[in-house]
Design a protein around this ligand. Structure first.
Ligand SMILES: Nc1nc2c(ncn2[C@@H]2O[C@H](COP(=O)(O)OP(=O)(O)OP(=O)(O)O)[C@@H](O)[C@H]2O)c(=O)[nH]1
Ligand SMILES: [Mg+2]
Length: 277
């Protein structure tokens, strides 16, 4: 099944974002450290045009540390870009962010006292609002473990002359890279109305069997005979007790259980992408 998810509120949010770009000095693009490429929104690149960019690889607690460092190196060679990391294992601090923004904006003039405003942008559920709360050290923005929680821009004062604007998570109209879209669904950035849990779990099962078999073996006590997504989901059903009244595997529940395990880090730190060589 092909994934497409660009609801009306995102179209409206994109227009508001275009307006906002006229008044901010730089953007903070939040990416999911587990899939930085799939979580890079081409529409946001178009909207930000040539504004300097601080890329933040977020949720580093759920990604492989070495792979995250490689992605950071990959992004740090881009022009007008500084790449930082954050995650519940090591949160980005306010001073780290301000320091990066000053370096990015301060090429030819001392900006340490000049006012600047940064817009936090990115796809849904990557942790933009959580990051804003962390940096502000207060719960100012609503957060939630589902995509499309933030529906309006919210400006906060981070420090004297330093402002941050949280924005709604944005997808883009045509998801040409469907494998990337399925990765986003697997990580929880796409609403469950756009694609069924069964379809996502099937994709996830194929990917995990080919690249992370050792993790599956540990979590679900996998025998060597388990080779296909169907067999894996049967095993998940048995180990996680996802059974119908008749005692058979409940594939729908097993799909949900597998996705919950992936999203919450129960299968360990999973980096689904590596930077190009
Ligand atoms: N494990 C982990 N979870 C995180 C991290 N940052 C945010 N989250 C969780 O990710 C979920 C989404 O966080 P939000 O801050 O609401 O995400 P958002 O990007 O603002 O989402 P939208 O408003 O829907 O665009 C919440 O359940 C957060 O607790 C992190 O560094 N590690
Ligand atoms: Mg939000």
């Amino acid at each position: 099944m092909s994934i497409s998810w660009y609801p009306g509120h995102m179209h409206k949010a994109s227009k508001e974002l275009v307006k906002l770009m006229g008044s901010v000095d730089a953007v903070i693009e939040v990416l999911d450290a587990r899939a930085p490429q799939a979580s890079s929104n081409p529409l946001l690149s178009d909207i930000r045009k040539l504004l300097p960019c601080i890329k933040i690889l977020n949720k580093t607690d759920l990604a492989d540390a070495q792979t995250t460092r490689s992605w950071q190196g990959h992004y740090n060679i881009l022009k007008q870009t500084i790449c930082l990391t954050s995650g519940s294992n090591k949160l980005l601090s306010k001073s780290q962010l301000i320091d990066a923004a000053e370096r990015l904006l301060g090429h030819d003039k001392p900006v340490s006292k000049a006012r600047f405003e940064l817009a936090i942008i990115g796809i849904p559920n990557v942790g933009k609002s959580t990051l804003l709360n962390t940096l502000a050290d207060r719960k100012l923005a609503r957060t939630g473990n589902e995509p499309a929680v933030t529906r309006h821009q919210q400006r906060i004062k981070l420090a004297e002359n330093r402002y941050l604007v949280d924005t709604p998570g944005m997808m883009w109209p045509k998801l040409e890279d469907q494998a990337g879209a399925y990765k986003l669904a697997m990580l929880g950035s796409i609403r469950n109305t756009a694609v069924s849990a069964d379809d996502i779990a099937w994709f996830a099962a194929e990917l995990l069997l080919s690249e992370f078999r050792d993790r599956l073996a540990r979590r679900y006590d996998l025998a060597g005979s388990v080779q296909t997504p169907l067999q894996l989901l049967e095993q998940v059903a048995e180990i996680r007790g996802c059974l119908t009244k008749g005692g058979k595997a409940d594939f729908n529940k097993a799909s949900e259980a597998l996705l919950n395990d992936i999203r919450s880090g129960k299968l360990g730190q999973l980096s689904l992408e590596r930077p190009p060589a």
